[in-house]
Design a protein around this ligand. Structure first.
Ligand code: BTN
Length: 224
């Protein structure tokens, strides 16, 4: 896909702005004043960090794999760092969250794929997770170019080969396969061993009673 890149100095949220653009656009900004995180959380947006959003057309049945594809693309763009992917699509560095992904479906049925990377600074207080930053070892501009390239490459792979190749790469980069985890869902918490991800991308959890559960959404915490 040919990407048209539009850069802003300051805006509320690159995801919000991206809603007004057509597929094939990448919105970036130096600063966000109301960065959005998953589950309606805020995304702390410091100057020098990276904020970008891709606008994708409706891709039909592969829509459900975009989050895994984006995590793989992001992990590859960060190949100079020893990053891991935490299900479904957080990027970890030294166990701390260094990047997050937020998908939104627009009123025109486009998909906005928002990526935030803590390039120079990570939020410190009151976070659900441990956080991390790249300590400025790469510039936001250079990283942005690498991500656009990698995103485009992995999107093409998803469109031509389907989810299986993405899934393999995702599993290679995954954090915590075979380890005990706690998965927090809106109304309950499940505990078990994180076995793998299913061919649909669900987290496969083996419970203490040795039953297997397939989880489609939730926050994962490594325990023990
Ligand atoms: C998460 O909670 O893990 C997702 C965070 C996504 C943050 C990025 S920053 C660029 C884009 N614009 C936003 O408002 N959010 C995403």
């Amino acid at each position: 896909m040919k990407w048209q890149h539009i850069h802003f100095d300051c805006l509320d949220s690159t995801n919000k702005t991206a809603w007004d653009y057509e597929p094939g656009t990448v919105i970036t900004a130096n600063l966000q004043q109301r960065g959005r995180g998953r589950y309606g959380r805020a995304w702390e947006s410091y100057l020098g960090n990276l904020f970008m959003s891709f606008v994708l057309p409706d891709l039909g049945r592969i829509d459900q794999y975009i989050s895994f594809m984006t995590a793989v693309a992001l992990a590859d763009a960060l190949d100079a760092f020893d990053v891991r992917i935490k299900w479904p699509n957080d990027i970890l560095l030294n166990q701390g969250k260094v990047a997050g992904i937020l998908l939104e479906k627009t009123d025109k049925n486009y998909m906005v794929v928002g990526i935030g990377v803590n390039v120079v600074q990570a939020p410190i207080d009151g976070m659900l997770y441990q956080t991390a930053s790249l300590n400025g070892k790469i510039s936001a501009d250079r990283l942005r170019d690498k991500i656009i390239q990698s995103f485009d490459k992995w999107l093409t792979i998803l469109r031509t080969d389907g989810f299986s190749v993405i899934r393999e790469r995702w599993l290679e980069k995954a954090q915590g396969i075979g380890l005990p985890v706690q998965v927090r869902l809106p109304n309950e918490t499940k505990t078990g061993i994180f076995k793998e991800i299913s061919p649909q991308g669900e987290l496969v959890l083996e419970t203490p009673a040795k039953t297997v559960q397939y989880i489609t959404a939730g926050d994962v915490f490594f325990i023990g």
